[in-house]
Design a binder for this molecule. Structure first.
Ligand SMILES: [Zn+2]
Ligand SMILES: [Zn+2]
Length: 295
């Protein structure tokens, strides 16, 4: 199992989870050109990706989703609330700007093109998922977990590779943690966890007061301290990789987040690797490609 994090932060989030048999994309928060460029950097051909999971409708998670899903024929998996928010935005746009306004679609999934273009544009297969049933996508079994965040129906998720039993947890855009939330992330091999802000940097930083409140609030983003509490609860001997993600470029630094996390994990059973996912470039987690010597 490998994970290609194409980039993570408020400017865009996208990652590919990969087993020996299948690749699935989670979020597509970069424009399609940038998304394609980053996929190429990690040597993933878009047509080898068999589906796109969208965690919620915020721009940094869906910027390229509609265009990429259409171009590469990726079926989209999202909650009813996330799909609905897309339709609501589309209706709003139509009402505000009648006519061919499609070039200015900045935010939404744009899963279906506007009526005027419908005849010439490819439709995207949408699959509504919920937090009650596990979704089976060939080699992956995906469990969706309700996330406390200020979107319509946001989710975190745990993906199990059915052929190997390996488990990947993805928890970002999470306003606060609870015992109930954490319980879903036990027994993982890889945890990708939001560590958005240093609490003191956010409090004393340049954000306007309402934005500070939103980020630190119960439906905002997870700070370094809370990420530490969650990681400690999930950090058992099996966990091989802990990746901090969605770091704020204003209210955090990788070295600060990593230091806080090392402190939180001191004395725990965790013996895996700890890293922070950058915004500006992809990283790959997991074993390297088998190199054939060609002898
Ligand atoms: Zn969000
Ligand atoms: Zn986000």
């Amino acid at each position: 199992m490998r994970i290609h994090i194409l980039g993570s932060g408020s400017e865009g989030n996208a990652l590919v989870i990969e087993s020996d048999r299948q690749r699935v994309m989670v979020d597509a928060g970069f424009g399609i050109r940038e998304l394609s460029r980053r996929l190429q950097l990690v040597d993933v051909a878009p047509d080898t990706v068999t589906g796109l999971i969208v965690t919620h409708e915020h721009q940094d998670h869906v910027r390229g989703a509609g265009a990429a899903a259409r171009k590469y024929r990726w079926p989209v998996y999202a909650t009813a609330g996330t799909v609905r928010s897309d339709s609501a935005k589309r209706d709003e746009r139509r009402a505000m700007a009648p006519g061919p306004a499609e070039g200015s679609l900045p935010v939404s999934l744009a899963i279906e093109p506007p009526a005027a273009k419908r005849s010439t544009k490819r439709r995207v297969a949408k699959h509504v998922v919920d937090t009650h049933t596990e979704v089976l996508l060939d080699d992956f079994a995906i469990r969706f977990i309700k996330a406390p965040h200020d979107a319509r129906e946001p989710v975190s998720l745990v993906a199990t590779v059915r052929s190997t039993g390996e488990r990947i947890g993805i928890a970002y855009d999470v306003g606060h943690i609870s015992e109930r939330f954490i319980r879903h992330f036990g027994d993982l091999d890889v945890l990708i966890l939001e560590s958005n802000h240093d609490e003191r940097m956010l409090a004393t930083g340049p954000y306007p007061w309402p934005l500070k409140q939103r980020v630190a609030g119960p439906n905002g983003h997870l700070g370094n301290a809370e990420a530490g509490i969650m990681a400690r609860a999930c950090a058992h001997g099996r966990l091989r990789h802990l990746v901090l993600c969605h770091l704020s470029q204003v209210n955090n630094r990788p070295e600060i987040a990593l230091k806080a996390m090392r402190g939180a994990l001191r004395g725990s059973a965790f013996r895996g690797t700890l890293m922070a996912a950058p915004q500006d470039r992809p990283i790959t987690i997991g074993p390297p490609d088998q190199i054939e010597l060609g002898l």
